[in-house]
Design a protein around this ligand. Structure first.
Ligand code: NAD
Length: 270
């Protein structure tokens, strides 16, 4: 059973979800999503730019899982930022997904129009087309711009986070503002898997390095959305709820932070 995080508006979001980035090919995205749902994932993280919303929607329908059991996130791409543009982009995403509502809609990256983009997301929330509002890759200063105009604060900030980029300051800020943090690249593309501390914890708990890192996210209160088209790995990533790391072990993993980004810094993203 995957635990949930309660968002600021009371909506429950699974703490572990399945990411579908770099799965453009329809059949591959469809099969990976359906497989994930059959394995037990209930949250799917897609985006307009991933070009797989149709495949994800098809997999959701074919899974036969009741809609209310699922938590579907998608994101407005940079080229569609702005108030009217975001409303139009949402309409396209909603149709591609074939869903009456989307659980969480995010601004993918902060752009100069971020405030107008977010106001459109608020409108979608008011119209009950989405269950929760959010942003992605927003630093504190981007969030401050939103707070200055928002009626409803973002409920989620999806940011790159893993032991090599533990995001202590931004996570603390989000916690203070009651914004849940979703970690993208939660495995940090595997760069800490060979670290002695990770290997030692893996041996102690009889788990893989990936499971140790994912469990670290759970202990930190993050939502994690690992991706794997490989069935064994996708299943392995789910088996993290039968053990717990101790406080000092969590701290030792957090101390691996080297501010190493696998992706762009949001302040320098085109
Ligand atoms: P990830 O941390 O999920 O790493 C994926 C890589 O790890 C893949 O190469 C996969 O084969 C491998 N892997 C997965 N499980 C493994 C296991 N058990 N053992 C060993 N290797 C394993 O990183 P990601 O795919 O970049 O990010 C996950 C999701 O986050 C994406 O699919 C997407 O939904 C989201 N994302 C969001 C943004 C954003 O800007 N908001 C950016 C990137 C990714």
């Amino acid at each position: 059973m995957i635990p949930t995080i309660t968002l600021a508006n009371g909506v429950h979001m699974p703490q572990l979800g399945f990411g579908v980035f770099r799965m453009k090919e329809h059949t591959a995205a469809y099969e990976a999503t359906l497989q994930a749902l059959q394995l037990g994932y209930r949250a799917i993280d897609t985006a307009a730019i991933y070009e797989n919303e149709e495949a994800v929607g098809q997999a959701i329908r074919d899974s036969g899982i009741a809609r209310e059991e699922l938590f579907i996130t998608t994101k407005v791409w940079n080229a569609d930022q702005g108030y009217d543009e975001t409303l139009r982009a949402f309409d396209v995403s909603q149709k591609k997904l074939g869903l009456e509502y989307v659980d969480l809609y995010l601004t993918h990256w902060p752009k100069p129009q971020l405030v107008h983009t977010y106001r459109a997301i608020e409108r979608l929330y008011d119209e009950k087309l989405i269950c929760a509002t959010g942003v992605s890759n927003h630093h504190e200063h981007h969030l401050e711009q939103i707070f200055a105009v928002a009626n409803v604060a973002p409920m989620v900030n999806q940011i790159e986070c893993h032991p090599s980029l533990s995001q202590d300051a931004l996570r603390a800020f989000c916690k203070e503002k009651n914004i849940a943090v979703t970690a993208w690249a939660p495995l940090g593309t595997g760069i800490v898997f060979t670290h002695p501390i990770v290997k030692q914890l893996a041996a102690k708990y009889g788990k893989t390095p990936a499971q140790i890192v994912l469990r670290w996210h759970i202990e930190m209160g993050n939502i994690a959305i690992p991706k794997s088209a490989n069935k064994e790995r996708a299943a392995e990533n789910l088996r993290i709820f039968d053990f717990a790391l101790q406080v000092d072990e969590v701290a030792a993993l957090t101390a691996l932070n080297t501010f190493h980004r696998t992706g762009a810094d949001p302040d320098n993203f085109d």
